[in-house]
Design a protein around this ligand. Sequence first.
Ligand SMILES: *Cc1c(COP(=O)(O)O)cnc(C)c1O
Length: 387
Amino acid sequence: MRTAPEDSPAVPLLDINRENRLVRDEVQQALARVCDAGCFLYGDEVRRLEARIAERCQVAHAVSCASGSDALLLALMAHRIGAGDEVILPSFTFFATAGAVWRLGARPVFVDIDPVTYNLSPERVEAAITPRTRAVIPVHLFGRCAEMAAIGELAGRRDLMVIEDAAQAIAAVHGDRAAGAWGDIGCFSFYPTKNLGGFGDGGMLTTSDQATAERLRLLAAHGMHPRYYHSRVGINSRLDTLQAAVLNIKEGQLDRMTARRRANADRYREWFSATVDEAQVILPADDPHGFHVWNQFTMRIPDGRRDALRSFLQDRQIGTEVYYPVPLHRQDCFAELGYGSESLPHTECAAAEVLSLPIFPELTVAEQRAVVGGVADFFSAANRAVA
Ligand SMILES: *Cc1c(COP(=O)(O)O)cnc(C)c1O
């Protein structure tokens, strides 16, 4: 049943075409230049993008690769993490964070999150450290940085590597440093739905250590240097020159697009505060110590009403998504690790209650009004039914 007012627009969760349309001509010209040059790997476009990201993050080195997943894998390989090692990470994240650890034969050690930020809880990280722990992977989920000062201090004290999963957090800042500049290595993704998205897959690693940067470059090219001499077994993970050409143009739009995401988040928080009960819709908080880049606007809907709200909004053609419905510690592929559903209570609760709304940069005010109106209508109907 469609209950929306007749003039209420359908609202997609994400419409990538709107932001790509703004740069379409410029991108077409850049792609034509790459085609004409006939250089499809490495080259100026790739070097320029690496320089831009290093500059943005204020790190000495940025090394491109084929995806955010590969960035995580390469970061762990650079530290020779493998069989017998443990790596601490959240369970409430995209699969790739843990997949990289598992693929190298190391053991993912899942730790609970802070229920407000959805990020790794530093206290729980400390409690999970064993003599086998080699690294910790904080994830800056939904565009908000993890508590990097506390995690960095702890890692320094216990001699652990810090690998930031900054796939959702390009341009985010925490304290006096950018996402990607806190850890030994930062990992970024240019998957099309990220804040800086290409026309396919792409990734980037950041580090301020020159030896680490050289190792990452070597590992991303089959461990080969010089040509046909292999000092280590690496992988083939390159950023296409065509992707770099697209990303150089879109990187120039990133600050504008981020500002729009932030304005959308402010508007949601202001409008929701005025229309819904804060016990029924728990709004995401801005980062008081940093710059949140809102890859997602993720609310919490308690009392088992999340799925009903989601289908109510779907009837009004308002797109939403649940990131993430099944925490990683309960995925079938990790069953042998032996985690039960009671192991990580804040993670379980988040998986049951979160709902992400449209927040993309080109979302219109009318669309946002329709989203807020939809949520408010759901609760006023539900509250009437109870009364
Ligand atoms: C998207 C994402 C990745 C993986 O990036 P790809 O480029 O898709 O491989 C890793 N971690 C998180 C948190 C992500 O959101």
